[in-house]
Design a protein around this ligand. Structure first.
Ligand code: IMP
Length: 181
């Protein structure tokens, strides 16, 4: 069982074995869709780092990787609604098949902002792979082309996702409840 800090509680939502299986399926789909072409993965730090590292190793394609860091959440569970680029891409994406790799699609504010700024840089194609999708929380009308799992409106941690920078190392995706809840 994953270990929670203090009086926080963790409940497993998606087991590591299910994640592993689904990541493989998503990778096979991307491999099929881009057969014979190069794919440039853009990981959204920090949450997507673990998903990206598992995903890229399952792709049978010519691949390259870059990262962008954005912030919309600060330290808590609520989105501030304002997205900022904290670390930009290292290189141009012009003419590339770009797949943005996200940990979770929640309100959609982060992704719609990202897609807007990346589209301006003239990639050949621009797609999105999100490990998790919380469709009930959507404010912006954005969709991921590849989705690992649709989940209910719960705050989750693990497999890269954090609460105040903690719990990213959990192998399962877990629902986090705080003592006040
Ligand atoms: P959005 O802009 O509301 O779609 O939020 C996207 C970002 O918020 C994600 O990339 C995560 O970093 C963070 N986020 C949203 N929901 C959760 C959650 O349940 N747990 C941890 N982080 C989350």
């Amino acid at each position: 069982m994953p270990v929670a800090a203090g009086r926080e509680k963790l409940k497993v939502l998606i087991r590591r074995s299910a994640i592993q299986k689904r990541v493989r399926q998503v990778a096979h789909q991307i491999t099929k869709d881009f057969k014979g072409e190069r794919v440039h993965l853009v990981g959204v730090l920090k949450g997507a780092c673990i998903f990206l590292s598992d995903l890229v190793r399952e792709l049978s394609l010519d691949t390259s990787i870059d990262f962008i860091a954005v912030s919309s959440y600060g330290k808590g569970k609520q989105s501030s609604g304002q997205v900022r680029v904290l670390k930009d891409l290292d290189s141009s994406i012009q003419g590339l098949n770009v797949v943005v790799v996200e940990d979770i699609l929640d309100t959609g504010l982060t992704l719609s902002y990202l897609l807007r700024i990346l589209q301006q840089r003239k990639p050949k194609t621009l797609r999105v792979a999100a490990l998790l999708d919380k469709p009930s929380r959507r404010i912006k009308d954005v969709k991921a082309d590849y989705i690992g799992f649709k989940i209910p409106n719960e705050f989750v941690v693990g497999y890269g996702l954090d609460y105040a920078e903690r719990y990213r190392n959990l192998k399962d995706v877990c629902i986090l409840s705080l003592p006040t809840e």
